[in-house]
Design a protein around this ligand. Structure first.
Ligand SMILES: [Zn+2]
Ligand SMILES: [Zn+2]
Ligand SMILES: [Zn+2]
Length: 287
């Protein structure tokens, strides 16, 4: 697994922002202080979220996507899904692969009319490219709380409090089982719904990737993101109910500049509570 990006929606730094966190990141040459938008290559056949930044990240980290089949989309926000990426397999010298994008029903229902309308616009070049992308793209709707075989893995979509662009669209966290190991990728979430936390009480995680978007900027209980306190509350609850154990590997991603923390400050805060077991991820980190 490799983190292709670990930032919230605007990148870190946000190029339009002159807050002290962005200025510090901009001035620094430390790669842990600068983040592309979040996505993760789970293995060579499966990716979680596919934004514009992932294209450049693959070059930086020596990653090829020539075997990519499955893209799990957490939700329809521009930092998690950029459909234009589906144009680029068509430009490779090797035959274009079909990519299957997995989404919620509400994400699918919102996206499809937009793609279909783009195919019909009176701009021949645009319409043709959209039609070509559609030929190598499949969309599959993921059921909630229902384990589903995908390739050599079993994937379960768990609804999150975070809203996507479309009507009634809730983000998905993905539980991925492969070779007897279980990983949860939870970005963007907010505080887990009780039913999602209850489902996780039956699961023991080998690896957890969870958002920590707002850091020191403390949010309301119903917010669609986590801050340092609600992050710790989610982790503590998962430790108490046995979802996390002392053997679980835990990584925090989707870090925003509005959280004020640098990588090192955030790590120091989490070390006080978890003594090194919780790692603030950085771009290019391999697990
Ligand atoms: Zn996001
Ligand atoms: Zn900023
Ligand atoms: Zn989002």
């Amino acid at each position: 697994m490799i983190f292709l990006g670990t930032a919230a929606a605007e990148c870190y730094p946000n190029p339009f922002c002159t807050c002290p966190s962005c200025e510090l990141a901009r001035r620094s040459s430390d790669p842990k202080l600068r983040r592309r938008r979040s996505s993760m290559l789970f293995d060579e056949t499966m990716m979680i979220d596919f934004n514009a930044d992932a294209m450049a990240a693959c070059g930086d980290y020596g990653v090829a996507l020539d075997k990519l089949d499955h893209v799990l989309i957490t939700h329809m926000h521009e930092d998690h899904f950029d459909y234009w990426n589906a144009a680029f397999p068509l430009m490779a010298v090797n035959p274009a692969r079909t990519l299957t994008f997995y989404t919620s029903q509400e994400g699918y229902d919102g996206l499809m009319p937009i793609l279909e309308a783009a195919c019909r616009l009176p701009h021949p070049q645009l319409a043709q490219q959209m039609r070509d992308m559609m030929k190598i793209s499949r969309f599959e709707v993921m059921p909630r709380f229902e384990p589903r075989p995908i390739g050599d893995k079993v994937v379960t979509a768990l609804p999150a409090r975070h809203d996507g662009f479309f009507t009634n669209e809730k983000g998905f966290s993905y539980l991925i089982e492969k070779d007897g190991k279980t990983t949860l990728y939870a970005s963007d979430t907010g505080r887990f719904f009780p039913e999602t936390m209850a489902y996780l009480s039956k699961v023991v995680l080998d690896t957890l990737v969870i958002e920590g978007t707002f850091g020191q900027n403390i949010l309301s209980e119903t917010a669609g993101h986590l801050d340092r306190e609600s992050l710790c509350l989610m982790l503590d609850t998962m430790f108490e109910q046995g979802t996390l154990t002392k053997n679980s590997r835990i990584y925090v991603t989707h870090i925003g500049h509005k959280g004020v923390y640098t990588h090192y400050d955030y790590q120091a805060y989490l070390d006080e509570h978890y003594h090194g077991q919780v790692v603030v991820a950085w771009d290019g980190l391999r697990i």
